[in-house]
Design a protein around this ligand. Structure first.
Ligand code: FES
Length: 316
């Protein structure tokens, strides 16, 4: 696992995460909305090599306290739903190994809900306003003639170099870690925040898009890109190396140049023309290096998938 830069994690000389202590103490900040009560609760969790904070929380839920609430889905750093404040740093719980943050001398791991978000219960935060901000920058391709999108016979053209200009920013999984780390979002709840501003930049510079004016009208405001102090804590905690701090500075440059009349978006790239020749079919080879001896992948692909349901699963 590659630790997000800026997060303090321990990595041994071989570059791998060391084994965690045999037992860790997970100290969770809890919130019960029915009783309007906030308190800290500690749980002792036996560990194994590679165990993540999310694994530990699920172990607690299964063995010690079924009332502990958290949000997660993919368990592999893709869905962005398990963001939490772990040892004071916004991180994905499923990507944070206990061995990287706990030692035998200090086996305590503190887990809190993400800051800058309203807390729903325990570690679950409300992302409604965050998603509204994302929606406000119109995160989709806009063309002057909407039919070009709705009825496009084929894709818009884009060169590999043009794709590279936006690729890094397309990796955002909307986990909200950047927003949780942002000191401006902490003081101004109406601030659009690093995630929405980065996506505004990503679509403004996309060669297929013609909606720059509409988006600039959203970001060139009191609570838009000019509020950024360039603390860069957003980039330090981003689990996908999206670098929102850089995107916001580039966005501000565009906004300033446009105010001076020195920036104008070119017309969006055209739709690809009809194919001159039908697409050539290429026979893909199965990768050989990870096949077990005696296994024929082509034979397996032809066979129906047989799932062995256990009786006790069906009874549940
Ligand atoms: Fe999906 Fe952690 S559970 S990112």
């Amino acid at each position: 696992m590659k630790p997000a830069h800026g997060c303090i994690t321990m990595v041994d000389e071989l570059g791998s995460i060391p084994e965690p202590p045999k037992e860790v103490i997970i100290r969770v900040k809890r919130y019960d909305p029915e009783k309007n009560r906030v308190w800290w609760q500690e749980y002792r969790v036996p560990t194994y090599r590679g165990m993540t904070v999310l694994d530990a929380l699920l172990w607690i839920k299964e063995h010690l306290d079924p009332t502990l609430s958290m949000r997660y889905s993919c368990r592999m750093g893709v869905c962005g739903s398990c963001g939490m404040l772990i040892n004071g740093v916004p991180r994905l719980a499923c990507q944070t190994q206990l061995g990287a943050i706990a030692t035998p001398e200090n086996p305590v791991v503190t887990v809190e809900p993400l800051p800058n978000f309203p807390v729903v219960r325990d570690l679950i935060t409300d992302f409604s306003s965050f998603f509204e901000k994302h929606k406000s920058i119109m995160p989709y391709i806009i063309r002057r003639n909407p039919k070009e999108v709705d009825e496009a016979p084929r894709e818009f053209l884009m060169s590999p170099e043009e794709h590279e200009m936006i690729y890094q920013y397309t990796l955002c999984i909307m986990c909200g870690l950047c927003y949780a780390a942002c000191p401006v979002a902490a003081s101004d709840p109406e601030y659009l925040g690093p995630q929405a501003l980065t996506q505004a930049y990503r679509f403004i510079v996309d060669v297929r898009d013609e909606g720059a004016d509409k988006r600039i009208a959203v970001v060139d405001t009191e609570h838009g890109c000019h509020r950024c102090h360039f603390a860069a804590s957003c980039s330090a905690v981003c689990p996908k190396d999206v670098d929102p701090a850089a995107a916001i500075q580039r966005l501000r440059r565009i906004v300033f140049l446009r105010r001076l009349g020195l920036w104008r978006k070119k017309r969006g790239s055209p739709v690809a023309g009809p194919l001159e020749k039908p697409l050539r079919q290429v026979k893909a080879e199965y990768p050989k290096h990870n096949i077990l001896p005696g296994v024929d992948p082509e034979q397996q692909a032809r066979e129906p998938v047989d799932i062995d349901f256990r009786d006790e699963w069906l009874k549940q």
